[in-house]
Design a protein around this ligand. Structure first.
Ligand SMILES: [Mn+2]
Length: 417
């Protein structure tokens, strides 16, 4: 019997708080060690290994040490890009790791006219055949799927794995209804295992002609709203799959990285300062040391402003008491006194997106790809590109040139670029 490990969405480098960052890398290291301990034949990463295409070298170094150790045990690592690993016209860290042989990028596209043929990577030891489609920014991988020559892949014989980093429309969870997904009919049928990534929620599924569709969810804890699910007890981890000519078993390997405290408060009808005291009181004597704390507050407060509830101060004091990370979800919290607080307490990225969504209609352009929802995506992408700081040693001229080039490319990007 052979064994493979399937993980996705490690998002290494996603967290800025030193304590969380350390745990994030330790969790990845533990996962790699676990793969060795369990004697897997190979590891397959379905995208978003790193949080950005060009991560901090400290993060890369730590991740490399863990991966090289796996390699020393003769265990190959296969990967595709996730939407976060992708860089618009540069070289991603995944390319570098592929070049030095730490991992093998299994996305091997060749276009014959409009038809996309995927190269198949054969794992030497097990004979497993792996084909995959990487994600791109702005969900553009649907273009790959539309062009995909499924027949050629379906005709391949042997034990076959299809790796992808996209949500499937038929399996989309309710709360992700706005997410761009791919119809399952776009994927080749009859593969033995569908190694998914991108959906930050663990799930095992079957669809007509497609068995063993697996999304492991984030390896560590994800970020933003993912932290809420983690704090509520959703286990994070990866899959170990036993197979011979077919899949024989799928086992979820949980990675318990820390303890959590989750508290939810309906503040409807309360005064802001009262609500603040009540929450503070509720946390008195609670041991938060070394724990992830998630506080969700919602409802319409009767008096005072949302900021007067004092959650930011509470966060600071809980951090002082040793909490690994304090995540506040105030997006459902409203006050009669303030009308401009609809963005309060949300993540910066979702605030940015909402601002763009509110403004995009005011922009007069003829290019379809700069209007509406697609225009918002371009704006988000531009902001992401342009907030990058110069690289160490990069001259102002080189930096400016790079920003202009990247910006022009993002603006020009139509569909199939
Ligand atoms: Mn992800």
């Amino acid at each position: 019997m052979h064994k493979l490990a399937h993980l996705a969405d490690a998002h290494l480098g996603a967290h800025r708080e030193p304590r969380l960052q350390k745990l994030e890398l330790q969790t990845f290291d533990s996962a790699m060690k676990k793969c060795v301990e369990l004697g897997v034949d190979f590891v397959l990463i379905s995208g978003d290994l790193f949080h950005v295409g060009i991560p901090d070298l400290g993060v890369v170094d730590a991740a490399l040490r863990s991966m090289v150790e796996v390699q020393r045990h003769g265990i190959p690592i296969y990967a595709i890009y996730g939407s976060h690993d992708y860089t618009p016209n540069g070289t991603s860290i995944i390319d570098i790791l592929n070049t030095v042989g730490v991992l093998t990028n299994v996305f091997k596209p060749t276009f014959y006219g409009d038809s996309l043929r995927l190269g198949v990577t054969v794992d030497e030891k097990t004979g497993a055949k792996i084909a995959g489609i990487s994600a791109r920014k702005i969900g553009l991988e649907s273009r790959y799927f539309e062009a995909l020559d499924r027949g050629a892949l379906e005709a391949e014989r042997g034990f076959k794995i299809f790796a992808f980093h996209s949500g499937l429309t038929e399996l989309k969870p309710e709360h992700l209804s706005a997410m761009e997904t791919v119809e399952s009919s776009m994927l080749p049928k009859g593969f033995d295992y569908y190694a998914g990534g991108h959906i930050h929620e663990r799930g095992e599924f079957t669809l007509p002609g497609m068995g063993n569709i697996v999304f492991p969810g984030p390896l560590f804890t994800g970020y933003g709203h993912d932290l809420e699910a983690t704090a509520k007890g959703e286990m994070r981890g990866f899959y170990v799959v036993e197979f011979d000519e077919h899949v024989r078993s799928k086992t979820f390997i949980p990675m318990k990285s820390f303890e959590s405290v989750f508290r939810e408060y309906d503040l409807t009808g309360r005064n802001a300062p009262d609500a603040g005291s009540m929450i503070e009181e509720d946390f008195r004597g609670v041991d938060v040391s070394g724990k992830l704390v998630v506080i969700k507050a919602f409802g319409e407060i009767a008096g005072g402003r949302v900021s007067e509830v004092g959650l930011a101060d509470l966060r600071a004091s809980l951090s002082e008491r040793g909490a690994t990370h304090v995540y506040l979800n105030r997006s459902g919290l409203k006050s009669k006194e303030t009308t401009g607080s609809i963005f309060s307490g949300e993540e910066p990225s979702s605030i940015e997106r909402k601002l763009f969504e509110g403004e995009v209609g005011k922009i007069q352009v003829t290019e379809g790809h700069l209007q509406g929802g697609r225009g918002v995506e371009v704006a988000v992408e531009l902001l992401r590109l342009w907030r990058q700081a110069p690289k160490l040693g990069e001259t102002k001229k080189d930096y400016t040139g790079r920003m202009v080039r990247d910006g022009v490319q993002a603006l020009e990007k139509k569909e199939a670029s």
